[in-house]
Ligand binder design. Structure first.
Ligand SMILES: [Mg+2]
Length: 334
């Protein structure tokens, strides 16, 4: 069966926004605290609509990434910098330090090589979905441009690794979605081989983390989150009070690990169950919702996403239109 690219482009981008919107009220909360607030998340959303009125920086920057790709018909440093600087006027909602500090420097004309922060935060994996979509047929370009899109704000290799893995996963899921054969083993092999042989210590560490996820897929979501919430986080950055708890650290490797873990645990159930589980992960819940949302959206496509969840998203028509414009540019090029 051939992939329906427009359906996948729209499904992926709107799912970033759905996961981000649903996770936003739970950013910085323990998973156990989140789950103490409801029996059924769906009812909680219905009864507390005022909590779910906006997405955050994750979707804002994903939108700007898509805009930059559309303008250039692909990656171009100047377009990306201009779009990310525009984000400062959105204004940013719940931004991370790495993004904000570097983009403020870009605004004042400091070259990206000097403006980029040394942050290994998840700020680049959370905005990379349009690159995974646009370059899904050219994997060398996908890798190069996922890295370029990352290093203009984050010079740390963990940030590049996370962006590359998520972009590659999206490209994979476009071709192997819910209606096609999907093998977890193959999924891991593809991701691992894509980041192998880089000579970068953190990329090698990421490979070990991916293997660890593969070995632990029989854990419950809660137990897996306790295991992976701060995986790869080094002293002095781990958060002592949340060690051994389900509270996803905003470091790229831990966030991407948890997003992939939940996605693989829930993807066969339904879009709704997957996105609910992602956005209530605990800790950096909105970003888990956004990154995991990009995976589950690429897996299912727009036509499997419930309308009430699409309409929950602020500016959902604009996001669907943007995905269509990105698809048009993709079609022109490939
Ligand atoms: Mg956010």
């Amino acid at each position: 069966m051939k992939a329906d690219y427009l359906n996948k482009f729209q499904g992926t981008l709107i799912s970033v926004a759905i996961g981000d919107t649903l996770g936003h009220p739970f950013e910085g909360r323990l998973r156990s605290d989140i789950y103490s607030r409801f029996n059924k998340f769906e009812e909680f959303i219905q009864n507390n609509k005022s909590l779910f009125t906006t997405y955050t920086d994750d979707t804002q920057l994903t939108i700007h990434t898509a805009e930059a790709l559309i303008q250039g018909g692909g990656f171009n440093f100047n377009n990306f910098i201009r779009e990310y600087v525009k984000w400062l006027d959105d204004p940013p909602i719940g931004p991370g330090y790495g993004c904000l500090s570097s983009i403020q420097k870009l605004k004042y004309g400091i070259p990206w090589e000097k403006a980029a922060s040394n942050s290994g935060g998840n700020g680049t994996a959370m905005r990379v979905a349009p690159i995974g979509l646009f370059y899904c047929k050219d994997l060398e370009d996908l890798k190069i441009n996922a890295i370029r899109s990352s290093i203009i704000t984050h010079s740390h290799p963990a940030a590049s690794a996370g962006a590359v893995v998520i972009a590659r996963a999206i490209a994979y899921l476009i071709e192997r979605g819910s209606e096609m054969h999907f093998s977890i083993e193959d999924f891991f092999n593809v991701l691992i081989s894509f980041i192998s042989g880089s000579d970068m210590e953190i990329w090698e560490e990421f490979i070990e983390i991916l293997k660890k996820i593969r070995r632990n897929l029989d854990l419950s979501v809660e137990a897996g989150l306790i295991k992976f919430s701060q995986v790869g986080v080094k002293s002095p950055y781990f958060i002592e009070q949340f060690l051994g708890k389900a509270f996803v650290h905003p470091y790229t490797l831990s966030t991407v690990a948890c997003a992939i873990f939940i996605f693989l645990k829930k993807m066969k159930s339904s879009f709704k169950e997957s996105i609910f589980e992602l956005s209530t992960a605990g800790g950096d819940s909105d970003t888990i919702g956004a990154i995991g949302g990009s995976l589950v959206g690429a897996y299912y496509g727009l036509n499997k996403i419930p309308e009430d969840l699409i309409k929950l998203v602020k500016n959902y028509k604009k996001i669907l239109q943007l995905a269509e414009s990105l698809y048009e540019k993709f079609k022109e090029k490939y």
